[in-house]
Design a protein around this ligand. Structure first.
Ligand SMILES: *Cc1c(COP(=O)(O)O)cnc(C)c1O
Length: 372
């Protein structure tokens, strides 16, 4: 076997299975690399282009339009690019949607991130946890018949993909007559999502669609009609709507990378149904490897609730897990350690991670099992 590379070197970055920030497509990274030196149509580095320039206004407009195209988003939705991550949305949502409502907002506690969202919402107002998976260790999601949604809830909030536990809802939850709010941070633009059935969707960029620094919020106009008038400007969605996401200096770089990702989704991938098919095939490879391992690789999530984005599993002992992570690292894989709150192994297979990379990981896993 030759040790010298004769063709274009494949970046080790292609084997980044991190839970977030996640892998981005190499073709996009190459455009990013160019833009750091100079955005061709502007003649300036992306790091030094004014957010007040016409060019940046066109970036925001194209990105907004691309998201509308990808999701077939109706015109009564605003598309916002905010800062503060998903964590700021945990507070901003109840601050804007809860005041003045007589009934509590309903939340599902399905894992680590929904737990964080509930803790923040409780600081703002009256929250009812409709279902709580704490006692069963977040190994599965609620069945429809376990959920008795209130008709008068201020709104209903859930997390579509629990990134840490590797649990994903595969249908839309809640009632159509109660405002539906969803944290899609770890599966946004990984599949079609019936966006028109939600009052508010939020997703930071750094799992599937870009670098940290920007959070996409899609909000139906009507959802904000009772928002209070005494919120700090930065925490009031209407400020950002009125300012077209340039209320203050926005993260120009992060927003530009998300634009490149949406171009890639539209032109290279061909839309979200195609993206879903690719993500589904990657997940099938991973789960097949777990299921065929005779119990050596133990999937964390109940079969029906398995995530197409985060494959969480454990090995027979923590000693073997340590060896697995060390040998995987030597073989060029990164980001495979489970979240610090649950341990084990987690392979995150976001949009930017290729089918080839998953094949490589599965080959590694099969070989590791044989020699263990
Ligand atoms: C990673 C993650 C978060 C945390 O987002 P920040 O941008 O770090 O605040 C929230 N929700 C979900 C579903 C996540 O995966």
């Amino acid at each position: 076997m030759s040790t010298t590379r004769t063709t274009t070197p494949q970046l080790r970055n292609s084997l980044n299975f991190s839970g977030g920030p996640g892998a981005l497509p190499e073709s996009v990274l190459q455009q990013v690399q160019q833009s750091i030196l100079e955005v061709p149509e502007v003649g300036l580095s992306i790091l030094g282009i004014s957010h007040r320039s016409d060019w940046f206004a066109s970036v925001v407009a194209e990105l907004e339009n691309n998201i509308r195209l990808l999701l077939q988003l109706p015109n009564n939705y605003h598309v916002l690019f905010l800062q503060g991550g998903a964590t700021q949305q945990f507070s901003m949502i109840p601050m804007n949607l809860l005041p003045g409502k007589s009934a509590p907002a309903e939340y599902l506690h399905t894992g680590y991130w929904s737990g964080k969202s509930i803790a923040e919402a409780q600081r703002v107002g009256n929250i009812h946890t409709l279902w709580d998976g704490t006692a069963t260790g977040f190994g599965s999601l609620p069945k429809d018949e376990e959920l008795d949604f209130a008709a008068d809830a201020a709104y209903f909030h859930y997390v579509s993909n629990e990134t840490v536990e590797g649990l994903q809802f595969h249908h839309v939850l809640g009632r159509d007559d109660v405002p539906r709010v969803c944290d899609m941070s770890s599966d946004f633009l990984s599949r079609p999502c019936s966006a028109e059935r939600y009052s508010l969707i939020y997703a930071h960029a750094q799992k599937n669609i870009g670098p940290a620094g920007v959070t996409v919020v899609l909000v139906r106009d009507e959802a904000l009609k009772d928002a209070p008038n005494n919120l700090p400007g930065f925490l009031d969605y209407r400020s950002h709507i009125n300012a077209h996401s340039i209320f203050n200096t926005p993260p120009v770089f992060a927003i530009y990378v998300v634009l490149l990702i949406t171009r890639w989704l539209l032109k290279d991938i061909g839309g979200l149904s195609n993206m879903e098919a690719i993500n589904r095939s990657k997940a099938a490879l991973m789960y097949h490897a777990l299921d065929e391992s005779n119990g050596f690789y133990r999937g964390r999530a109940a079969h029906a609730d398995r995530s197409m984005m985060n494959v969480s599993f454990s090995l027979p002992t923590s000693e073997i897990e340590k060896r697995f992570l060390a040998e995987a690292h030597s073989a060029g894989f990164s980001g495979l350690a489970g979240h610090r709150s649950v341990g084990g192994i987690r392979a995150s297979i976001y949009n930017g991670l290729t089918v080839d990379a998953v094949h490589e990981l599965v080959d590694f896993m099969n070989a590791f099992q044989k020699r263990s």
